[in-house]
Design a protein around this ligand. Structure first.
Ligand SMILES: *Cc1c(COP(=O)(O)O)cnc(C)c1O
Ligand SMILES: [Zn+2]
Length: 617
């Protein structure tokens, strides 16, 4: 049997407006109330659901979202659009328990869904309903995850899918949506602008709207059902949920209530909603004690998935939190990124920033006694970290690259280059000194900040570079010192054949740049000049000319890259040069300085000397 309408022909559910209470027919709207524009909700005939419920199968069949179709408004089961969503793992997190001071902490890993986010559960119901109603095209506003999820399901449903996202949306999410065949537009505006534009577009072109509307919650509430089942039909004391639009926390509350009302469970959890400081309209509504959302005009957070300044389901979320006796709180972006790392290090669950909010909130909840340490707590890890790798890389060291030789591996391990990188990635913008320190003080500092001992020779070389920075009027930050250390430790030790005493460059708006260099080649003083398209090019050409006038070392400069370590025109830069000799041996060298020319000269001289010493041996 595929049709689920009642024998009498009447429906087993109806849509109603949460604002004015009016019933809404599906041919009127499935998104907002035609009278007052408030969001809609689905109300069931629970006697009907109860009469059809197969408790044996509910208790014994494996969990996944499709198992709970009895609790969904889908009428024609032949038209269900599913990617086998749900059935995500619930982990007991013993290491995190210890770190955070809890005794029974679980994580529901929603990143394990088909497109990497809980939204797939809702999209399953939403797109199945669209298929039932014969939608010709679907359009959706998204910060990325909704786009990818709707695009995936629209693709199996063979419904064309239009997606609007704010410009600069996480690259993984856009790649997903495009791959599933969505017609994607980036909009130069906030999510609110995107949302408004999408509703307008749907009206003008008769595209069916997908998004955080009533049907979605009917799929997303299966997270609550699964948590109950996975805890052996017991209800946790607390569930912590990140909030953007507020749809998900409201859906989860609905799920817990349905099982409770049907007598499948004997208690309800407290729901705790978390938002980032830079976009917290639901939390501030909770704190004001109102059931009204005051929009945040310019959301500012690393959690793009939560950057909804005017959340349509804010009211539903507030009702859910209050009814459950829970609370709402904010966490900072720094705390979120730390929690993201902590979750990955301790429990090997890699989430996007939005998925780390419940973890970031744990300590605050304990110290303010809103949760007791011995309560059973479930945190929702809402989305997979692969969707937005750039956010994680903000606090991670960029991986080192080496020549394919075991000596390079030796260096990496013995000099602990990995630790230097990791240390530099943390609080990298902290100022270490504005004046040149003594050699001893410098060594102590390096030891304290990076955990390595410098030999006297290396300390001397590090000191020389620090002097360069300070003399140019640049404060030396921890990230600067990290680059200085790496450059020094990786470069050849001892004096090379080529040494630069000074240089001078002139450049103009329209002409070539002209450079003069004064160098020592095997102790002999030389002067040389060169020109180029820009100052760096001119100096490098002058250096090449100086070296070639004596050395007759064949080499080619085959790559040149500049990386700027921080914002601002006084930022220090790291340059990377690749030199190649006649036998195709390649040498990669780096230089660092607040001055791009100095950094380039350093890298060039170092590379040249290395190539020279190799060709002599
Ligand atoms: C959409 C989303 C949320 C927020 O859910 P809402 O229903 O908008 O409150 C949280 N985390 C991730 C990863 C999301 O994609
Ligand atoms: Zn209404």
């Amino acid at each position: 049997m595929s049709s689920r309408s009642k024998k009498t022909g009447s429906r087993f559910y109806e849509l109603y407006c949460i604002g004015c209470g009016r019933r809404v027919r599906e041919d009127e709207s499935t998104t907002r109330c035609p009278t007052c524009r408030s969001p809609l909700d689905v109300r069931y005939d629970y006697d009907y659901i109860r009469s059809r419920l197969n408790r044996y199968s509910l208790r014994n069949s494996p969990i996944k979202a499709m198992k709970y179709l009895d609790f969904s408004p889908i009428e024609n089961l032949n038209l269900v659009i599913s990617l086998d969503e749900g059935g995500t793992p619930l982990y007991r997190c013993r290491k995190l328990e210890e770190a955070a001071g809890y005794s029974r902490l679980y994580i529901k890993n929603e990143g394990a869904n088909p497109t990497g986010v809980f939204k797939d559960r809702g999209t399953m119901v939403e797109l199945s309903k669209m298929k039932e109603r014969g939608a010709k095209a679907v359009c959706v506003a998204s910060t990325g995850n909704m786009a990818a999820s709707v695009a995936a399901y629209a693709s199996i449903a063979m419904i064309p899918c239009y997606v609007l996202v704010p410009e600069g949306t996480a690259i993984g999410k856009m790649a997903q949506a495009l791959s599933y065949g969505a017609r994607l537009l980036q909009v130069r505006g906030t999510y609110n602008d995107v949302f408004r534009l999408t509703e307008e577009m749907s009206e003008r072109y008769h595209f069916t709207l997908a998004g955080d509307y009533a049907f979605r919650a009917e799929g997303q509430k299966t997270q609550a059902f699964e948590i109950i089942e996975q805890l052996d039909w017991r209800v946790p004391a607390v569930v912590i949920v990140p909030m953007g639009f507020g749809t998900n926390i409201a859906a989860i509350w609905k799920g817990f209530k349905e099982f409770y009302d049907l007598g499948l469970t004997d208690r309800l959890p407290r729901l705790i909603g978390v938002q980032p400081e830079g976009c917290n309209p639901i939390v501030s509504g909770f704190n004001r004690g109102e059931e009204k959302i005051i929009p945040v005009e310019r959301p500012n957070t690393i959690c793009s998935a939560l950057a909804a300044g005017d959340p349509l389901d804010g009211v539903k979320a507030l009702r859910a939190i209050r009814e459950s006796g829970g609370c709402a709180l904010t966490v900072s972006d720094t705390e979120i990124l730390e929690a993201q790392q902590q979750l990955a290090r301790l429990e090997s669950i890699f989430v996007e920033p939005a998925g780390a909010l419940p973890i970031a909130a744990l300590r605050q909840l304990l110290t303010t006694a809103r949760v007791r340490a011995d309560e059973v707590v479930v945190c929702l890890a809402t989305g997979n970290g692969l969707k937005d790798p750039r956010s994680a890389l903000r606090v991670l060291p960029s991986p080192a690259a080496i020549e394919p030789s075991i000596q390079e591996v030796d260096k990496f391990l013995k000099l602990k280059l990995y630790e230097i990188r990791a240390a530099g990635a943390k609080n990298g913008d902290r100022n270490l000194f504005t004046e040149v320190p003594s050699k001893g003080a410098l060594s102590d500092l390096v030891n304290k900040e990076f955990g390595i001992h410098l030999t006297s020779e290396y300390a001397q070389r590090v000191l020389r570079l620090v002097e360069d920075f300070v003399n140019k009027g640049k404060q030396v930050t921890k990230a600067d010192l990290q680059y200085i250390l790496e450059t020094t430790l990786k470069s050849a030790s001892g004096e090379g054949v080529l040494k630069v005493e000074d240089f001078q460059v002139t450049t103009t708006l329209h002409g070539h740049a002209q450079a003069k260099v004064w160098v020592r080649f095997e102790g002999e003083q030389l002067e040389s000049s060169g020109s180029g398209v820009g100052p760096v090019d001119a100096v490098i050409n002058a250096l090449k000319a100086a070296a070639n006038s004596r050395g007759r070392l064949f080499f080619e400069l085959i790559d040149y890259q500049v990386e700027i370590n921080s914002p601002g025109t006084d930022a220090s830069v790291e340059t990377t040069l690749v030199l190649k000799d006649a036998q195709d041996n390649r040498i990669v060298t780096t230089g660092t300085s607040p001055d791009i020319i100095v950094a380039s000269v350093q890298a060039f001289v170092d590379g040249y000397n290395l190539l020279w010493s190799r060709q002599q041996s």
